[in-house]
Design a protein around this ligand. Sequence first.
Ligand SMILES: O=C(O)[C@H](O)[C@@H](O)[C@H](O)[C@H](O)COP(=O)(O)O
Length: 260
Amino acid sequence: MSAPQVVVHRDKELMAKAAAARLITKIVDAQSARGSASVVLTGGRNGNGLLAALAEAPARDAVDWSRLDLWWGDERFLPDGDPERNHTQARQVLLDSVPLDPARVHPMPPSDGPCGNDADAAAAAYATELAAAAGPEDHGPVPSFDVLLLGVGPDTHVASLFPELPAVHEQERTVVGVHGAPKPPPTRTSLTLPAIRAAREVWLLAAGEDKANAAAIALSGAGEVQAPAAGARGRSRTLWLLDEAAAAQLPRGLYPPASA
Ligand SMILES: O=C(O)[C@H](O)[C@@H](O)[C@H](O)[C@H](O)COP(=O)(O)O
């Protein structure tokens, strides 16, 4: 697993724009090298902020949207179209504005879908979908995602892996149901750390002073059970994208701001 690289931007708006530009380049490079690209989306303010910046990016259409596979790192277990679902929010800020191939967009099952109101069954169905998309060159029963995006919670959670809760301990399954999550809604589905770590690159997004403590804990060698963000590592790259407020508790010498 790759050691974390940290890039600090002046504020959350600039961080979102810079992350969007970085993602466009990564997708274009993957598509020119392999004919397609795969990205795992995250929910939350920073995740949606990145997608909104992507929608407005000047180079947006350098991406061949028809050859982009989109997955989710976690989902709130709610009915399809519920405004609180990460999928619904991603569609509103970006996905409905670009010419994606619907067959290549893979939302996690809703609570009113074929799995019924059973988050564990929904998780198992998504794990099956991931395994079906994995190839012989991939590292386990998930595709080798080019970029897996993760918002970081103030408690250091990523996806729906919360400190000390059962899902963060999972080492076998790639997707699990989450019950009793401290961040509403309590029932969710989430990739596990082994699935996250199958990604080529993992990018963690944290902006705002309410993330400063989480960033400092996760980057100071904390264990992944106490600080799930610490266990979110990519095979070839782990990149923390912060604004200055979220980087406030990091040793300044180590992580000088990228943009003054
Ligand atoms: O379903 C969710 O809520 C997200 O997937 C979650 O993991 C989010 O990324 C973090 O909680 C950070 O959220 P903010 O960026 O809004 O702080």
